[in-house]
Design a protein around this ligand. Structure first.
Ligand code: ATP
Ligand code: MG
Length: 666
C-alpha cells in the first residue's frame, strides 16, 4: 500500500535506527554498523528525505562513494525514489569530485584547467625517464617504489617541499630527491597524477579561501559511504568542504576496512567523534542481507580481531543452509568443483553467483573450468580494457590531440606503429627540446629544419608532425568516433595489428569495440571522455546487467551482494596473504578481508582450500587458512578429499603439526 505522503512512504521501508539516521538533524552523524545492515541504503534514503522535505535543493547535496559504479548506482536509486531532480544531486567518488573542482579552479594555483590525468603506467614512464637521465639505476631504485613513497606523501597532504625522508631509508631519500623533479615534469606535461587530484584540491582550499568558501556556502549536506577506507587527505578534503552550517553524515564499518595498504586510515572513522564533538552516533545491528548461518560464520572470523569496536549483528532472515567447505586436491580440482556447483546452483541465473579470490593470478584456473562448462562469466579487474596496449595507444593519440605537451603520451605514439623514430631519435629530439626550452612536440615540429639530424629522421619527423597537426585540427569539431577512425587510418594502425597474427586479431576487435564506445563530438566531448577513462577503476568496468558469473578479487567485492558466493584458496599464504603474516595489524586486515568476502553472500557461501597449488611459478603444498578454524564446525558441511598433508615449513601453530602429519580440520 502506498501512502499519499511520500515521506511517510519512504520511512516505512526502514527500521527505527535507520529511520533515525535518515531524519537526523544534527550537524555530524556517524552511522557505525556491520555488513549488510543498510548503511548504503540509509545514505540513499537520507538524500531522498532531504529533498522531499522541500528544505534542501539537489545542488546543495554532495554524496561521496568509493567507486564510480557505486556512485552510478546511488544516482539511479535516488532517481527511482525521486524522479529526475535526483539527477542534480552531486554523487561522485572523491577523485571525480576533486577533478571537477580542479577543472574549474586550478588556475588559482597557476596550473591550466585543461590538464590530463596520468595513470600508473604513465607515471612509471615519467619517473623512469627522470631516474634514467639522472643516471640512477632502475634496479636499485625501481620507479614503482619511488612513486609509492610519493603517493603516500600526497595521501597525507605532504608536498615536495615538506617531504622529509626517514634516516636510513634509501628509497625515501631518493623520493625526497625526485619528488620535486617529478612534480615539475608533470607540470611541464600539463598533467596531474591520481594522487594530485586529491592533493591539489586540498591545497586549493587551503591557499584560496574564496574557492573553499564558495563550496562551503553551496553545500549544506555532505554524505560519505565506506568512510573506514578514506585516507588522511580525503578526511581533510571533507573538512575543507564542510561549512559551519553544513551537516555531515558518514557511514562505515571498521570491520570492513581493507585498504590500509593503500593509505586508508581506519582511525578516521574511530576518531570522527573527536573531530566533531557533537556527533550523533547511530548503530545499525540488523543485517538484511545474509542467512543466520552465513552471518554466524563471518562473525566468528572477525570477532578474533583485537583492534575493533565490539558490535552485535543479527538477522531476522532464515537460518539457511550450512556453509560448504570443499577440500580440493589442487587448483584444477577446485575450479572444476566451483564450475560444477555453479551449473547446479546458478540454474541458468548466473548473475546470482560470484567467485572471489585473493589475487588476480587465481582466476586462470577458474576461467578455464567455466569455459569448459560453457558458463558465461565476467572478470572484474585483470587486464582491464583500457589498460590494453592497443586501447592505450589510441587513448594516447587522443590525449595528444587535446594536449600536445603531454610528453608521456607523445613518446608512447611517436613510433607506434613503427615509423623509424627509435629511442636514439627520441633522445635527439629531447636534447633539442632541452636546448630550446620547448616541449618535445615543438621540437618534433622543428626537427625537419635541423641540419644536424639525419635526413631520414627529418623526413619522418616532418611526416609525423604534420599528421598530428592535421588530426589536431580535425579534433576541434569531428565526432569522436570519426576522429579515432582518422587516427587509425592516418597511421595504418589496423595494418600494424593485422601483422601481429591471431593476437592482432583480438586487438582489432578491441579497437572496434573502442570505436563503438565513443560518443559526442568536438574538443569538449573529447576532454570529458578522457577524464572518464582516467577515473575508471576495476569495478567500474563491470556490468552487472548481464547474466554472467562474476569473478573478482576480495577487494573489488566490497559493498556488493550475491545470492551464492564462492571463496577459493582459503589457505595460509593466500588468505591470509604471505606478505602479511608477520605483522599483527596486517593480519587483522586479512581477517577483515575474509569477513568482507563472507558477508557478500545472501543465501549460500561455499569455501574451498587445496592441498597443492601452482602459484608464483611453482607447485606448493598448502596449509588450510587459520580463518577456517575459527568457523564453528557445526555450521560447515565438508566435501571432497580431507586432511591435506602439511610439511613442517608451513606450520603456523607450533606443536600442533609436525612433518607429514595430517592436518585434521577440527
Ligand atoms: P555493506 O556493509 O556490505 O556495504 P550496507 O550496510 O551498506 O552493506 P546495504 O547494501 O545498504 O547494506 O543493504 C544490504 C541489503 O539489505 C540490501 O539488499 C538492502 O536493500 C537490504 N536492506 C537494508 N535495509 C533494509 C530494510 N529496512 N528493509 C529491507 N531490506 C533492507
Ligand atoms: Mg554499503
Amino acid at each position: 500500500m502506498t501512502d499519499l505522503d511520500p515521506v511517510k512512504d519512504l520511512l516505512r521501508s526502514l527500521n527505527p535506527p535507520q529511520r533515525e539516521a535518515v531524519t537526523a538533524q544534527e550537524k555530524a552523524i556517524l552511522v557505525f554498523a556491520g555488513a549488510g545492515s543498510g548503511k548504503t541504503r540509509v545514505l540513499t534514503y537520507r538524500i531522498a528525505f532531504l529533498l522531499l522535505s522541500g528544505k534542501v535543493a539537489p545542488e546543495e547535496i554532495l554524496a561521496v562513494t568509493f567507486t564510480n559504479k557505486a556512485a552510478g548506482e546511488m544516482n539511479e536509486r535516488v532517481c527511482a525514489l525521486l524522479g529526475p531532480q535526483g539527477q542534480r544531486v552531486w554523487i561522485s567518488t572523491f577523485h571525480s569530485a576533486c577533478l571537477r573542482i580542479l577543472r574549474s579552479h586550478i588556475h588559482h594555483l597557476g596550473l591550466p584547467g585543461d590538464f590530463v590525468i596520468y595513470d600508473g603506467d604513465d607515471q612509471q614512464r615519467l619517473m623512469e625517464g627522470l631516474l634514467k637521465s639522472a643516471g640512477v639505476g632502475l634496479h636499485a631504485y625501481p620507479p614503482k617504489t619511488i612513486l609509492k613513497e610519493i603517493e603516500r606523501a600526497k595521501n597525507r597532504g605532504i608536498g615536495p617541499d615538506e617531504y622529509h625522508p626517514e634516516d636510513f631509508n634509501p628509497y625515501q631519500k631518493k623520493a625526497a630527491e625526485f619528488y620535486p623533479l617529478y612534480q615539475e615534469a608533470l607540470r611541464a606535461a600539463k598533467a596531474l597524477d591520481f594522487g594530485d587530484l586529491l592533493y591539489f584540491a586540498h591545497l586549493l582550499f587551503q591557499r584560496v579561501p574564496q574557492v573553499r568558501d564558495y563550496y562551503q556556502r553551496r553545500l549544506r549536506h555532505i554524505l560519505v559511504d565506506e568512510y573506514q577506507d578514506t585516507n588522511s587527505i580525503q578526511h581533510l578534503i571533507i573538512k575543507d568542504l564542510l561549512g559551519p552550517d553544513a551537516s555531515l553524515c558518514i557511514v562505515g564499518d571498521d570491520d570492513q576496512s581493507i585498504y590500509r595498504w593503500r593509505g586508508a586510515e581506519p582511525t578516521n572513522i574511530l576518531s570522527f567523534e573527536r573531530d566533531f564533538p557533537m556527533t550523533k552516533v547511530i548503530k545499525l545491528e540488523q543485517n538484511y542481507r545474509s542467512t543466520q548461518i552465513i552471518l554466524q560464520g563471518a562473525n566468528a572470523v572477525v570477532c578474533r580481531n583485537r583492534w575493533r569496536k565490539e558490535k552485535s549483528l543479527w538477522t531476522a532472515n532464515e537460518p539457511g543452509d550450512s556453509l560448504t567447505l570443499f577440500w580440493a586436491e589442487d587448483e584444477e580440482e577446485e575450479a572444476r568443483w566451483v564450475a560444477g556447483r555453479i551449473a547446479e546452483e546458478g540454474r541458468g541465473k548466473y548473475r546470482r553467483c560470484a567467485v572471489f579470490y585473493r589475487i588476480n593470478a587465481q582466476s586462470r584456473a577458474l576461467e578455464e573450468a567455466l569455459m569448459r562448462w560453457g558458463i558465461p562469466y565476467t572478470l572484474v579487474g585483470g587486464v582491464r580494457f583500457y589498460q590494453r596496449k592497443e586501447i592505450k595507444d589510441l587513448v594516447a593519440y587522443l590525449r595528444v590531440m587535446v594536449n600536445p605537451d603531454d610528453e608521456v603520451s607523445l613518446k608512447r605514439i611517436l613510433n607506434v606503429p613503427p615509423r623509424g623514430i627509435g629511442p636514439k631519435t627520441v633522445e635527439k629530439l629531447h636534447t633539442l627540446a632541452h636546448q630550446k626550452g620547448c616541449s618535445l612536440y615543438q621540437a618534433l615540429q622543428e626537427a625537419s629544419a635541423r641540419e644536424d639530424l639525419p635526413q631520414a629522421v627529418r623526413k619522418k619527423g616532418r611526416e609525423v608532425a604534420s599528421l598530428l597537426e592535421r588530426l589536431r585540427a580535425q579534433a576541434r569539431d569531428l565526432p569522436l568516433n570519426e576522429l579515432a577512425s582518422h587516427i587509425i587510418e592516418g597511421t595504418n594502425y589496423m595494418e600494424y595489428l593485422m601483422a601481429q597474427g591471431p593476437e592482432g586479431q583480438t586487438r582489432m576487435e578491441n579497437v572496434k569495440e573502442f570505436l563503438g564506445m565513443l560518443r559526442g563530438s568536438g574538443i569538449e566531448a573529447l576532454k570529458e571522455f578522457l577524464d572518464q577513462v582516467a577515473l575508471l577503476t576495476d569495478i567500474d568496468e563491470y556490468e552487472d546487467g548481464v547474466n554472467r558469473v562474476s569473478l573478482m578479487t576480495l577487494h573489488s567485492a566490497k559493498g556488493l551482494e550475491f545470492q551464492v558466493v564462492f571463496m577459493v584458496g582459503l589457505e595460509e599464504g593466500l588468505l591470509p596473504y604471505y606478505l602479511r603474516l608477520d605483522d599483527p595489524e596486517e593480519m587483522e586486515e586479512e581477517r577483515r578481508l575474509c569477513y568482507v568476502g563472507m558477508t557478500r553472500a545472501q543465501e549460500r557461501l561455499c569455501l574451498s582450500c587445496a592441498t597443492r597449488r601452482s602459484l608464483f611459478g611453482g607447485q606448493q603444498r598448502r596449509v588450510p587458512s587459520r580463518f577456517l578454524r575459527d568457523i564453528p564446525k557445526e555450521i560447515i558441511n565438508q566435501e571432497g578429499r580431507r586432511a591435506p598433508l602439511v610439511p613442517s615449513s608451513w606450520v603456523w601453530e607450533e606443536g600442533l603439526l609436525s612433518e607429514d602429519t595430517h592436518y585434521e580440520y577440527d
